[in-house]
Write a protein that binds this ligand. Sequence first.
Ligand code: FAD
Ligand code: NAD
Length: 395
Amino acid sequence: SRIPRIVILGAGYGGIVTALRLQKELNYNEADVTLVNKHDYHYITTHLHMPAAGTDHPENARVDISKLIDEFKIDFVKSTVIEIRPQDRKVILEDGTLSYDYLVVGLGGEPETFGIPGLKEYAMNIRSINSVRLIREHIEYQFAQFKRDSSRPELLTFVVGGAGFTGIEFVGELADRVPELCREFDVDPKLVKIYNIEAAPTAMPGFDPELVQYAISVLEKKGVIFKLATAIKECTPDGVVLATGEEIKSGTVVWTGGIRGNRLLEEAGFETMRGRIKVDKTLRSTQFDNVFVIGDCSLIFNEEGRPYPPTAQIAMQQGVTCAHNLTAAIRGEPMKEFKPQIKGTVASLGKGEAIGIVGKYKLKGATAAFMKKIIDMRYLYIIGGIPLVLRKGRL
Ligand code: FAD
Ligand code: NAD
């Protein structure tokens, strides 16, 4: 009989782990595996706040896919998916078509703008290597422009919309970068303003209040101005308008107000909530049992029926279960249920500072910052072994 075809869409945290595990678990000629990704590199999303602010080089946040997978076992296709047709078991790429027996959707998330006018047009996002290069260059350009026209203080005002983990990690880096930029461009640091604007009454809503307070005080000391319980209601070419009616003039708006699943999924006719597909315990779509959905595109619930937040931690664990279940499906063996194991959450606040909960321990300061480095290096080790830790690890 014909060899089953597995197509994996997206080489992010979920997709790359699925591919690596399949390459290990499947025997020779047991399945044809194809991995499709927009770029020929995998990006380490959890590092992106650093190159976005310019405290690290974008090159350090990406790895060539050919260095991670065994191309004798997995076909890599560099292309952009433009349509998924689950009824026909086909995927339409910008430059071709793929047929599959089993599909893994790991296309990641997209910025959620909640329909707020102007965000799509005038705000930038921390999502990919290309998007963070733009932010980094844009920030430097603001400083350069200011030196030509010092009557425009808004060039030195930076607005970050949303104080979730992404917003907090980014303002921590940006506050570290500003003194360097001020030296480089001969700018008085007093003229630079970084606003982090959050709709909820607290930053990092839902996280441990004591740690959140610690984070705010560290970041305020570095010069970040928080506006809590203040929603952004519009973004314009001149800055943002707040729900209070107040306007903040700014040449730079970075939107970190949340993410949703990939739009291709709703366009394909899957039932979605904010673009995410609710999957069964084996990580399959409830509509098409040959379609697995992992990472930020998938929606899974805890025992109390609340959705898990989309994280790299869960995406990777789903990759392991997904590869196991694909192998089981091909061999006609029983599948495993996915049970997330939340080891903890650690968020960086810039150089040498972080907060986090790991197991039952609350961490802050240098201990938390060290833990964050360990977690990041552990990921590099999982996907690329010691050589990758040595090349891309940051201590
Ligand atoms: P992604 O990693 O986003 O990968 C999706 C892949 O699909 C990408 O390679 C993309 O190029 C590709 N793709 C997308 N569309 C197409 C298309 N149409 N055609 C072809 N390819 C396509 N989570 C944590 O657990 N811990 C952290 O410390 C942490 N830090 C973070 C820091 C930042 C700054 C950000 C932004 C997020 C952070 N997260 C963290 C969240 C985490 O990054 C995501 O949950 C995780 O990346 C989701 O993995 P994924 O596999 O679903 O998608
Ligand atoms: P998020 O949804 O967690 O946070 C978005 C924030 O923006 C929320 O606090 C929300 O109240 C706020 N917001 C929404 N609309 C707003 C408005 N109109 N005006 C002002 N504020 C508004 O999104 P995120 O921070 O990008 O995180 C996405 C996922 O990635 C989460 O699951 C997070 O846990 C994960 N992540 C984890 C880490 C880490 O573990 N270190 C780092 C980054 C991201």
